[in-house]
Design a protein around this ligand. Structure first.
Ligand code: DGJ
Length: 722
């Protein structure tokens, strides 16, 4: 009997020991990155490590305990908390202890770890989710908050993620700007205290700043060297990133919905699921971090991330609101001459009581304007079909002009204050997407168009106003839920659209780049980075967005902005992303039109490399008068190199540009394409970019003379392994 008891005690002890050992370190790992948590003697969860994956588990024992992983309000740490909750008894403290964790595989190369924390005094549970994408070295995190208190609690703060870093120096890059001036990169050192990047616009939320950042560790960020963390929040609404350096020079990064004016009443057993935060950690600079994001986005996040994209001709800049059937059909002929896949009809085709002749009226009334389109959209889809191209259409379904039938019929569907004068942004107001009836209506806009005109092959979904006059007739006493429920309502609509029309490509547009997040891109194949299509500005804007977004998601159109630049220059800037045109052929001469046609053909041939290859940014436009980037196919057999001289100095000294991403042991044929012969070649002149064979080693060690002292000059070079 005694012997049995002894064996049982030993067994129990061994089980306990295994659990204790298991509990000690919780690892979230990819092929190259590791995030390690530890449970302290006090039962609380600490983040002990974030960085390059460690080779030996035995070394984990040497890791410091670190900082409390998901910091709560009201306890002994005096810095910014990740969560702040007010209980039924008005006590607002929370002390989370480790309860359990589990790990399981979601797919090959994708593993999820869930850590469950609970408060001993209040029945509040917090689950931290980490989904690790092994090959892409990207980790997706989100948090679930729930409780079983008697009545609802108040959530004041509810971060998606909290990360801790411990380095000598931190340099933060933010991506701020304004309409037509998006995603400017500015790098600044972080020292003691807080830096907050956030938005309060509600809708068109990213107009002033995009929801991603880059933190370089120990030294300023570099393209191919140094440690950087790049993070992004998937939330198409108000977001907030807080970077706080504490008294020990530790950096705490809190990411999530902006809690501004958004106290959330959480009912017992309701789960508050935060948006997802995605991050990667690179030890070889921001170039690698971008490639991690691009690979992950194409494979796991963006709608049809693995499919190709259509080239198009859009009529917006060619006609603005001033068009009729004849003009549109003539533009379709231009599309055919250019050789693009699709014609896209933009704003101005709808409204009868208040025809949409300008942005002052008609928004919300989605019937074709009889004067402009007497035969309806069907006539246009038919015309496009006859010409062998596809047809796409613009909508702005979440918005309304006060001068519209929709507003007259349903003023309570509109976000506006019941007791004050209205004020407008672009003469319009935002529909209240928290209201399920409004969600049905917005879904119906797409559904009706698709039912009536199944030939529609593409949507451009615009969103031009932030939330103004904030008040929801639907939410009544829950006004502080509006910013959140509005975005959730948008996702409900987009889910329904995606479920019913899974193969319908859509462009996400928001007065240019006012919506640039990865959650939205689950429903959109691409986005419009900026209304600014001046190619010089675009070199910067595209450079900024390329830090996290793959080229196939970024629409770039050739327009008449900046006529000082040649059509060649404008087209080649656009060719670095998803190529389109927003111009009439009559804006070009014969030679330019022929050039564009050839460029489209070249683009179609090079699309697999440009859209699905690895991006290597070679020379930054922020550094001077020239810029260059290249794309390399995954098998390193093909590459496309772009080079631009912006405003070179007279007699400037030029240096070769070292290429990147090629196989040093392969021989590559290098050939300049898209050429426009402006000057006859002198006999005997030997262009080193014309049909020459170099080793990858040479191209990456010595490089090529890509730049010139010519103003606004551009070059595209095709590189093919022999
Ligand atoms: C803003 C968009 O960014 C433009 O491309 C265009 O679609 C206009 N809206 C139309 O109103």
């Amino acid at each position: 009997m005694k012997k049995h008891l002894f064996i049982i005690i030993c067994l129990l002890l061994s089980v306990f020991c295994v659990n204790a050992a298991d509990k000690k370190f919780i690892k979230v790992t990819t092929d190259g990155v590791e995030l390690v948590f530890q449970v302290g003697q006090n039962g609380r969860l600490y983040q002990s490590y974030l960085g390059k994956k460690l080779s030996y588990d035995t070394d984990l024992n040497y890791l410091p305990m670190g900082t409390e992983a998901y910091l709560t309000h009201g306890m002994e740490d005096y810095f910014e908390p990740a969560i702040h909750i007010v209980h039924n008894d008005f006590n607002s403290s929370l002390l989370l202890k480790y309860i359990s964790h589990s790990a399981h595989q979601l797919a090959t190369g994708v593993d999820e770890t869930v850590i469950t924390l609970q408060d001993e005094k209040y029945p509040v549970t917090v689950k931290l989710h980490f989904i690790a994408y092994a090959k892409e070295n990207l980790i997706k995190t989100f948090t679930e908050i729930t409780h079983q208190e008697k009545k609802a609690v108040k959530l004041q703060k509810y971060a998606s993620s909290m990360l801790h870093l411990n380095h000598s120096k931190y340099f933060l890059t933010e991506f701020a700007g304004d309409w037509a001036h998006e995603a400017n990169m500015t790098e600044q050192p972080l020292s003691f205290g807080k830096k907050v990047i956030d938005t309060k616009l509600g809708s068109r939320a990213d107009m002033f700043v995009s929801p991603f950042f880059l933190v370089a560790l120990d030294k300023e960020s570099e393209e191919n060297n140094g440690e950087v963390l790049v993070g992004s929040l998937g939330w198409t609404g108000n977001f907030q990133f807080t970077f706080e350096v504490d008294q020990n020079n530790g950096l705490r990064i809190i990411s999530g919905i902006n809690p501004y004016a958004s106290e959330y009443t959480l009912n017992p057993n309701e789960v508050f699921r935060t948006p997802e935060f995605y991050f990667t950690y690179s030890c070889s600079g921001k170039g690698q971090a971008s490639r991690n994001f691009h690979d992950w986005a194409r494979k796991y996040q963006v709608k049809d991330g693995d499919k190709t994209r259509m080239t198009l001709l859009n009529n917006w800049e060619a006609t603005y609101f001033n068009f009729d059937e004849e003009k549109l059909v003539a533009l379709m002929d231009d599309a055919v001459k250019l050789g693009v896949d699709l014609f896209l009809l933009d704003d101005g085709w709808f409204g009868n009581k208040y025809p949409r002749q300008s942005d002052r009226q008609g928004l919300g009334d989605w019937d074709e304007t009889k004067d402009k389109l007497p035969h309806g959209v069907g006539y246009l889809t038919e015309a496009a079909k006859k010409k062998g191209i596809k047809f796409g259409i613009w909508i702005e379904p979440e918005m309304v002009n006060p001068k519209s039938e929709l507003y007259e019929k349903h003023p309570d569907w509109v976000i506006h204050l019941p007791n004050r004068d209205e004020y407008y942004f672009r003469n319009q107001l935002v529909l209240d997407l928290s209201n399920p009836k409004v969600q049905d209506y917005v879904f119906g806009i797409v559904d009706n168009l698709m039912t009536k005109y199944p030939e529609i092959a593409f949507f451009k979904w615009d969103c031009n106003s932030p939330i103004t006059n904030i008040y929801s007739y639907y939410l009544k006493e829950k006004q502080t839920h509006l910013y959140i429920e509005h975005v959730r309502g948008l996702y409900n609509i987009l889910e329904r659209v995606k479920a019913k029309y899974p193969n319908l490509p859509m462009m996400l547009c928001s007065g240019g780049g006012g919506r640039t997040d990865f959650e939205a891109l689950k429903y959109f194949t691409e986005f419009w980075p900026s209304d600014n299509t001046d190619p010089i500005e675009r070199l910067f804007i595209q450079w900024g967005f390329s830090q996290v977004f793959p080229s196939k998601t970024m629409c770039a159109h050739v327009t008449t902005w900046n006529k000082n630049t040649s059509i060649k220059f404008r087209t080649e800037v656009a060719m670095m992303c998803k190529l389109g045109f927003d111009i009439k052929l009559s804006d070009m001469n014969e030679r330019e039109a022929t050039y564009c046609h050839e460029a489209v053909q070249n683009y179609n041939r090079l699309k697999p490399v440009i859209l699905d290859g690895d991006l290597f940014r070679l020379v930054s436009p922020y550094e001077g008068n020239h810029t260059s980037s290249m794309y390399v196919s995954k098998d390193q057999k093909k590459a496309v190199l772009f080079a631009f001289d912006i405003h070179p100095r007279y007699a400037e000294k030029l240096y070769p540009v070292r290429l990147n991403g090629l196989d040093p042991n392969k021989m590559y044929r290098v050939n300049e394409i898209n050429k426009v012969q402006t000057m006859p070649m002198r006999p005997g002149m030997n262009n080193p970019l014309d049909n020459k064979v170099y080793s990858g080693d040479y191209l990456m060690t010595v490089g090529l003379n890509l730049f010139s002292t010519r103003q606004l000059n551009s070059r595209v070079i095709e590189i093919v392994a022999e």
